[in-house]
Design a protein around this ligand. Structure first.
Ligand SMILES: NC(=O)c1ccc[n+]([C@@H]2O[C@H](COP(=O)([O-])OP(=O)(O)OC[C@H]3O[C@@H](n4cnc5c(N)ncnc54)[C@H](OP(=O)(O)O)[C@@H]3O)[C@@H](O)[C@H]2O)c1
Length: 249
């Protein structure tokens, strides 16, 4: 029960690894608030997580995040644990990258995540913990991943800087960098056919030293560790959850 009496906000908590983490936070005593864009999956998540509250909120809009923070402040007074997980994928080689796709991805995966931290920080204090979902994409070159990799690399470096700014305030900031994880994200790639996704999946499994895709729970367990007091001497860490892909691949 590492999150007893803790107020937890999971941004992007209605699907995939965010949903897995939201479930685990609640199972360990946390009061969970979660966001997403899709009403139906937000409602389903809230219905399956005891005591959870859901908000339909686009992370690309800092004012929408501020409204979520204000609602949490009114109800629970503070945020102890912030998991910034919202993100979108999308592949395109350089010649096919559009300005719209670049701006869309960066508005969510980088700009939105940074301002989400800024907004939530208003009601976070000493002992607070922030975990951010990065990606192995920020640490290795995969053809077609330029837009996404640049956003996640920017996010990784920004969070490292913020960890330094916040260490004196007693707030820890850590990044989890998943490898290929079996979540709905893989099937939401706008530029890819089903066959291409299957091919990509096969190629990824062949390259992962553990020869399997990760599960949402694999990532959630790492997130809970970094968010908890078990990691009280850890800040600015980047934890790969990738079956050894980056370090051994
Ligand atoms: N799966 C992988 O292999 C993998 C690998 C490395 C990193 N990641 C990262 O892991 C994170 C979670 O992804 P996932 O794999 O669990 O996929 P997912 O099931 O598609 O989950 C993505 C989550 O982000 C939310 N989200 C997306 N855009 C949003 C927006 N504009 N505003 C608010 N919420 C938004 C989604 O909510 P809605 O469904 O309501 O939009 C959903 O809760 C992402 O940051 C992703 O980049 C994934």
């Amino acid at each position: 029960m590492r999150f007893q009496n803790k107020i937890v906000l999971v941004l992007g908590g209605n699907s995939g690894m965010g949903l897995a983490a939201a479930r685990m936070f609640a199972a360990e005593g946390g009061t969970v608030h979660l966001t997403g864009r899709d009403r139906a999956t937000i409602d389903a998540a809230v219905a399956s997580i005891p005591g959870a509250t859901g908000y339909q909120s686009d992370i690309a809009d800092p004012a929408a995040t501020e409204a979520v923070v204000a609602a949490i402040e009114a109800r629970d007074g503070r945020i102890d644990v912030l998991y910034i997980n919202a993100g979108v994928g999308g592949f395109a080689p350089l010649r096919q990258i559009t300005e719209e796709a670049w701006d869309h991805t960066h508005a969510i995966n980088l700009r939105g995540c940074v301002f989400a931290l800024q907004k939530a920080l208003r009601i976070m204090g000493r002992g607070g913990s922030v975990v951010v979902t990065g990606s192995i994409g920020a640490h290795g070159a995969l053809e077609g991943n330029g837009t996404y990799a640049a956003a996640k690399a920017g996010l990784y470096m920004a969070m490292k800087v913020f960890a330094k700014e916040l260490v004196g305030e007693g707030i820890r900031v850590n990044v989890v960098s998943p490898g290929p994880i079996e979540t709905p994200l893989l099937y939401r790639n706008p530029g890819m056919t089903e066959d291409q996704v299957a091919g990509l999946r096969e190629m990824m499994v062949a390259n992962i030293p553990m020869h399997r895709m990760g599960e949402a729970d694999d990532v959630a367990k790492a997130v809970l560790f970094l968010a908890s007091d078990d990691a009280s001497f850890i800040t600015a860490a980047n934890l790969f959850v990738d079956g050894g892909l980056i370090e051994l691949g």
